[in-house]
Write a protein that binds this ligand. Structure first.
Ligand code: UDP
Length: 238
């Protein structure tokens, strides 16, 4: 195999890809995601993951039922811990990979605390590091957490893996003539008001020159292709 274009990659996996139709955990989906992660690890890149929690709980949704926003957000962060542990278990037990979960909020019975230098040491030893509990703060998203961790570990690419295969000029579910961008600048994303990530995450990427590849995690081989520098999905860049 030729060598990867990137040295250290952070893969953001949204919660919805781990959940079934009614949310919760879908082990077929988790297994399919784990297969992609295992293939990505085989390329030899340093690989870190950030897992969302939207399949279990989203802060803003819980708020609608009378839970205070901050409490709802902490519930969301704990949901990402559950997802991270599920993915860790499958990666280790089925794929025999070495992994560590590091959490931004203290859950020391089940995961390490987030310590940047320790995370980097794990990556150097080719362990897959799963960052759980987002940024550890309410009012943020796991997309922002992913960008933050990517910058902290000096990743040279962040892959945002969702159920959509890139960034479109309009909603591809509603418009048959929607066009996918092969690449687009952050400035254009903001000007055209394209829904790639929340504005905090986009601002952090722009300020720190972190490129984002948006792709569909269920398209077999696309994560590996992105790591090898092949054109898949949409590359969002400075
Ligand atoms: N969350 C938070 N701070 C963070 C990251 C996440 O408060 O730094 C909460 C927030 O309520 C969010 C929930 O955790 O709705 C789940 O994360 P997210 O919605 O980003 O997950 P995804 O959409 O990727 O599944």
């Amino acid at each position: 195999m030729s060598s990867p274009k990137y040295k250290r990659v952070l893969l953001k996996i949204s919660g919805e890809v781990l959940g079934g139709k009614n949310g919760g955990l879908d082990y077929d989906a988790i297994n399919s995601v784990a297969t992609q992660v295992a293939d990505a690890a085989k390329t030899g890149v340093d690989l870190a993951l950030v897992v969302g929690g939207g399949n279990i709980i989203r802060g803003t949704e819980a708020q609608n039922f009378g839970v205070a926003r901050t409490t709802a957000d902490y519930m969301g962060m704990l949901a990402t811990v559950i997802n991270s542990l599920a993915l860790q278990a499958v990666l280790e037990e089925r794929y025999n990979l070495q992994t560590r979960v590091q959490s931004a909020i203290k859950v020391s019975s089940v995961a390490e605390d987030f310590i940047r230098r320790r995370a980097i040491r794990h990556l150097e030893k080719k362990r897959i590091v799963i960052f759980a509990a987002g940024t550890g703060n309410p009012y943020f998203s796991t997309d922002t957490a992913a960008v933050l961790r990517a910058i902290e570990i000096q990743a040279d690419l962040m892959i945002k893996a969702t159920k959509v295969d890139g960034v479109y000029d309009k909603d591809p579910k509603k418009y048959a003539d929607a066009k996918r961008f092969e690449s687009i600048s952050f400035r254009n994303v903001l000007e055209k008001r394209l829904q790639v990530m929340d504005s905090t995450a986009i601002a952090l990427c722009m300020d720190n020159n972190l490129p984002i590849m948006v792709l569909n995690i269920f398209e077999q081989g696309h994560i590996v292709d992105a790591i090898m520098g092949k054109p898949v999905g949409t590359l969002v860049h400075s």
